[in-house]
Design a protein around this ligand. Structure first.
Ligand code: CKX
Length: 609
């Protein structure tokens, strides 16, 4: 895993400068992919402008732009002061979806694959100091069976390319998260990791610091009032925190860890991170936070909102957390990709538990195109000839996600797939390598899991043994036995859980998806599918079953809010399973959940450990 001083979250300090390059950039589609040969790396000669950060698809009024698939280019200018001459100068892209090639002053600097994690472009030698610089990025949003997320790209008879996602969210793309110009010391801190232990009367924090360049490393710990609490010398060590104020669910406390690199007593580099001290473990059927059982109440969600698409939107993040607090939730899954860093920072600050998920979604032929799947034409996914290339991209994504989020107190587990086809023998070695890699990368050795689709049942799933806790995505009452058959759906759900119980896994189960599409304009008595009344009936049915099952230790309903998908006969301008509308207003089910979750203790169903 590349460790790079610019991959640390960009924070200005006495030694580091950070300039955000948000703004209206030049923008140009390149359907024939001719830009690279036509010299657009030196300038794209565009009339169009595009907000950065944002997805590009929802601004235009034409369908060709919304559905555009292929290459597209961005360009902007930025100034580099002459005083930065003897420093390291880099660009940090928080996320460009799904892949990018970066050029500065016509020179290719780097390429990056993967649309949901940061990468750095070192422009120290390419920059013009004391003057303007031209940044050009070639971006591409095609999908294939070796990309994360998985899909394919086809050319229509009219010559236009179109993506066929194997997943149920719109293939938003572009420079979707912030771009930052960084000036760093040439000798610098490149990584910092922590792992916590609770002790009698306090806590101990094992830490590790990586640097480029020699020097003395010090770590200083301040409390929330800025008071010095503790510290240590050396690149690795243990810091004792007397009377530690532990980070707890909905009761957060963050210590500021200052990391400094000095040479002969002179400060060379400094950076800080705000860290919650807590432990996470699975013990039998319990999920333990700081040794105490916790029951997960919350959602699967998306980074998705009107106009900006999947673009970074701090205002939406704030509203989402206010709604999470209002409804009495304590957790969520970052379905189906790592979210922006600012999301985890707020989850740390507000004390929410997060299952951090890789973009390993669509590992199933035609999950969303039910007609294809029923055609029986599909090859078992993990027997595809391209699976080894996909595995390498998957492992890279896991390493990068854990490297980025390893210090976040809110992250209590890693979800390494969403709804993979886990029912073939060929899946087993793939899963083993994925789960082993996650364990190896995580300094805190957090629990690992995957969200299992409804075809991955006790009698068919070949991979549940890898999960430290079992996550089920189940739609009894919606995709299975919906409407007037809901009583049969309840029996079927109970029967499946009996099947899991009979395996005596002695692990917690979390429902990471359940729910029903609901039009916020439909009220119906008696209910009908798509009505708000029916959504509540489905939720009540699921909760009757969950409440009767002592190894079910979490309920994360699908979904937090309505979100955009590709168009199709199964989607009414997107997926409507939200408890809130896409505009973050409550459906009737929101009030139902508020009443349920405010009366469910944080340690619901614990055996009083
Ligand atoms: N699970 C049967 C993954 C989510 C989708 C959800 C749905 C599916 C259900 C698969 O990303 O939105 O269809 O609502």
């Amino acid at each position: 895993m590349e460790k790079n001083a610019a991959l640390l979250y960009p924070r200005p300090t006495a030694t580091r400068l950070a300039v955000r390059l948000d703004g209206m950039w030049k923008f140009r589609f390149d359907p024939e992919s001719k830009g690279a040969s036509d010299g657009w790396n030196k300038g794209i000669n565009a009339k169009e402008t595009m907000p950065v950060p944002a997805s590009f698809q929802d601004f235009f009024t034409g369908k060709d732009e919304r559905e555009y698939t292929g290459d597209f280019w961005y360009e902007t200018e930025f100034f580099v002061p002459a005083e930065w001459q003897d420093r390291a100068v880099l660009l940090r892209f928080d996320a460009v979806t799904h892949r990018a090639r970066v050029f500065v002053n016509g020179q290719e600097i780097c390429r990056h694959e993967g649309g949901f994690l940061p990468f750095a472009a070192d422009i120290t030698s390419a920059a013009k100091y004391g003057g303007a610089n031209r940044l050009v990025a070639l971006v591409n949003n095609e999908l294939s069976e070796t990309t994360l997320p998985v899909g394919r790209t086809e050319t229509l008879p009219n010559g236009k390319r179109v993506v066929k996602p194997y997943f149920d969210f719109f293939n938003y793309a572009g420079i979707q998260r912030p771009v930052t110009l960084l000036s760093l010391p040439t000798n610098a801190i490149t990584d910092f990791s922590v792992a916590h232990r609770i002790t009698t009367g306090g806590a101990e924090v094992d830490y590790s610091v990586e640097t480029v360049g020699e020097g003395e490393v010090t770590v200083t710990v301040l409390d929330e009032d800025g008071k010095h609490i503790s510290g240590a010398q050396g690149q690795n060590g243990t810091i004792a925190i007397p009377d530690a104020r532990l980070w707890n669910v909905r009761d957060a406390y963050l210590y500021r860890f200052w990391v400094r690199l000095s040479q002969n007593g002179k400060l060379v580099d400094e950076w800080y991170d705000d860290i919650g001290i807590r432990t996470v473990e699975i013990r039998g059927t319990e999920i333990l936070l700081n040794g105490k059982p916790v029951y997960l109440k919350g959602f699967g969600k998306h980074e998705d909102s009107d106009i900006a698409g999947r673009g970074f939107n701090r205002a939406v993040i704030k509203r989402d957390f206010e709604l999470m607090k209002w409804i009495g939730a304590n957790s969520l899954r970052t379905s189906h990709y790592p979210y922006c860093e600012e999301f985890y920072q707020l989850a740390d600050r507000e004390g929410f538990l997060v299952i951090d998920e890789t973009p390993a979604v669509g590992f199933f032929d035609s999950t969303m195109n039910f007609l294809d799947a029923s055609r029986g034409t599909k090859v078992p996914f993990f027997e595809k000839p391209t699976i080894q290339e996909l595995l390498q991209n998957h492992l890279d994504a896991i390493r990068a996600m854990i490297n980025r989020d390893k210090n976040r107190a809110c992250v209590i587990a890693w979800s390494l797939f969403n709804e993979p086809e886990s029912t073939s023998e060929a899946a087993i070695p793939y899963f083993k390598e994925v789960f082993d890699t996650a364990l190896e990368c995580d300094p805190q050795k957090r629990p690992r899991t995957f969200a299992a689709i409804m075809f991955s049942r006790p009698d068919t799933c070949k991979c549940y043994q890898f999960s430290d806790f079992i996550c089920l995505n189940r739609y009894y009452g919606w995709y299975v036995l919906g409407g007037y058959e809901i009583d049969t759906a309840e029996k079927a759900l109970r029967s499946e859980l009996e099947g899991w119980k009979a395996k005596n896994l002695n692990k917690p189960f979390v429902f990471t998806e359940y729910g029903a599409d609901t039009d916020s304009g439909i009220h119906k008595l008696p209910s009908v599918q798509w009505s708000q009344e029916y959504q509540i009936e489905v939720l009540e049915m699921n909760h009757r079953v969950f409440d009767s099952c002592d190894f079910v230790k979490g309920e994360q309903v699908w979904a937090f809010a309505d979100f955009q998908t590709g168009e199709g006969i199964h989607r009414v301008d997107g997926n409507k399973k939200g408890i809130f509308t896409r505009q973050r207003q409550p459906k009737a089910a929101a009030f139902y959940f508020k009443q349920r979750w405010e009366n469910l203790p944080e340690n619901y169903k614990s055996k009083g450990l």
